[in-house]
Each structure stands twice: as structure tokens, then as C-alpha cells.
Design a protein around this ligand. Structure first.
Ligand SMILES: Nc1ncnc2c1ncn2[C@@H]1O[C@H](COP(=O)(O)OP(=O)(O)OP(=O)(O)O)[C@@H](O)[C@H]1O
Ligand SMILES: [Mg+2]
Length: 254
């Protein structure tokens, strides 16, 4: 089971879109895919039409059950989607209280990792969508994964946010004694603007081989797809943004 976390402390850089689109492509290939929403704003859950305020169970319950986590308890929290092999572990608003409730307890950072261990044979891929905040949820998502995908918008302000995220990965890597396999993914790239080209150049200059060679272009189809509550890969398989995510997947899977 491959576990990838999609994280950046900067908001609105394409984390949820990356999670949904990669998940959609994988499920269309027949892979068994679990998408986990760890953002209290629950954008990923809403994307698939799951109402975070009406859920009977969510990723919050997994954090609450802590040590006695079982595969059945995890599977009970899942929601199905229009794609047969694509499931979501939805978020709920209560997640926003987690940091206050248990941020300091020891072993708190490994709850998600332990929970995923119990469903190791059920899925081929797990993609974890993070909130744009460093807290107990992002720490869990980073501790659980084998790869970190860091979407970054190709504009100067977003590059500043990236410095913070990379610093977080260094600090977390030291405390977890783990070297993160990180891929920085330029998103919303608009090749017609000088600002995008210049910030892309700066990104490559600063982070070199950690930056994916491709880019995810600006593509209005992503917004249209979210309105249709379906991954863009399903309804616009030939969109250029989807094409770019196919290439990204090949890189991540290689
Ligand atoms: N390549 C793209 N081209 C055009 N629009 C995009 C692209 N990627 C994402 N978007 C749009 O940009 C907005 C923000 O994207 P998204 O929700 O994926 O970011 P996020 O990093 O998850 O945000 P947050 O930090 O708030 O969770 C959405 O409306 C989405 O449809
Ligand atoms: Mg998001």
C-alpha cells in the first residue's frame, strides 16, 4: 500500500485538487484508492458530496479511538464515491478541536499511521489531503506517508510559504528520524505571464532536483469538475490539466 501525503502550509495552492485528481486517475486504472481528508474545512469531503456536518463517523473518530483502533473501525468511517474503487475517509468540523484536546500527548503523532496499518491489504494507494496549518493533523499525515507531494502555486508569495513548509519537513524529519521523499509540484502555472515564468525559474533555482520537471497548468476544468462533484479526470479526461496530473503520477509511481 502506497501512502502519499499532499501538504503545504500555504492555503489555496492546489492540495485538494491534486489529491482528488491523482485519486481519480488511479481509481480509473482500477486501483483501490483511499483519500483521507484531514482538513477541518472538509473541502475534499464536500467535493464528493459528503456533508461533514451530518456524518456519523469521520477521521475524527479514528483520532478518538486511539490505541484500540481496528480495521473494522477504520472501514466503518469510509464513504463511497461514484467510482467503484475510490473511497474517502471524510473530515468533520470537530477536527478543528484536536490540537487543543491532544496536541501535546505523546504518541499522538502516530495515530493515523497505526490506523492505516490495519487496512494495509484493503487499498493500493492512500492519498492524504492536509489542512494549510502545521498541527497535529499534518504531523500525523507526514508520519504516516512514504512520499510528500508539495503543491506550490507559481507566484512569488507562494514561494515564501514553501520555505516554511520545507523547514517544517526538516524539523519533522529529525524528530521522526525519517528522510522525507519530497516532490515539489508547480501548480496553476500560467505560461502567458512573466510573473509565473519568473517564479518558476526561482523555484528551480532554489530547490533544484526536488522540483518536479513538469508543471500543472492553470485549467478552469478543475473548478468545473469540483462543481460536478467528480474528479476532473473522469469528466474531462482530455483536459490539459488532467494530462499534466497523469504525468505527475508517472513520476511519483516510478
Ligand atoms: N491547476 C489549476 N488551475 C485552475 N484552478 C485550479 C487549479 N488547481 C486548483 N485550482 C482551483 O484553485 C482553488 C484552490 O485549490 P485547492 O482547493 O485544490 O487548494 P488547497 O491547497 O487545497 O486549498 P486549502 O489550503 O484552502 O485547502 C480551487 O477553486 C480549485 O478549483
Ligand atoms: Mg484543500
Amino acid at each position: 500500500m502506497k501512502i502519499w501525503t499532499i501538504a503545504n502550509q500555504k492555503g489555496g495552492v492546489g492540495k485538494t485538487t491534486t489529491t482528488v485528481t491523482l485519486g481519480g486517475i488511479l481509481a480509473q486504472q482500477g486501483k483501490r484508492v483511499l483519500l483521507i481528508d484531514t482538513d477541518p474545512h472538509a473541502s475534499l469531503s464536500y467535493y464528493f458530496g459528503t456533508d461533514a456536518e451530518e456524518l456519523s463517523a469521520s477521521v475524527y473518530d479514528i483520532f478518538m479511538s486511539q490505541s484500540e483502533i481496528s480495521a473494522d473501525a477504520v472501514l466503518d468511517c469510509l464513504c463511497s464515491t461514484k467510482l467503484d474503487s475510490l473511497f474517502i475517509l471524510p473530515a468533520s468540523m470537530a477536527l478543528a478541536t484536536l490540537d487543543r484536546q491532544m496536541g501535546m500527548q505523546s504518541g499522538m503523532g502516530l495515530i493515523l499511521k497505526k490506523a492505516l496499518f490495519t487496512v494495509n491489504d484493503e487499498f493500493d494507494y492512500v492519498l492524504i489531503d492536509c489542512p494549510p496549518v502545521l498541527g497535529v493533523l499534518m504531523v500525523n499525515a507526514l508520519a504516516a506517508c512514504q512520499k510528500v507531494v508539495v503543491p506550490v502555486q507559481t507566484e512569488f508569495l507562494a514561494l515564501k510559504g514553501l520555505d516554511r513548509m520545507i523547514h517544517t519537513l526538516e524539523i519533522m524529519g529529525r524528530s521522526l528520524q525519517k528522510e522525507f521523499d519530497t516532490l515539489i509540484v508547480p501548480t496553476m502555472f500560467d505560461r502567458r505571464t512573466n510573473a509565473a515564468i519568473q517564479s518558476h525559474n526561482k523555484l528551480v533555482e532554489d530547490y533544484g532536483s526536488r522540483v518536479w520537471k513538469g508543471v500543472i497548468p492553470v485549467d478552469t476544468r478543475f473548478r468545473d469538475a469540483s462543481q460536478a462533484q467528480s474528479p476532473a479526470s473522469v469528466i474531462y479526461p482530455r483536459a490539459r490539466g488532467v494530462y499534466a496530473y497523469n504525468k505527475l503520477l508517472a513520476e511519483l509511481d516510478g
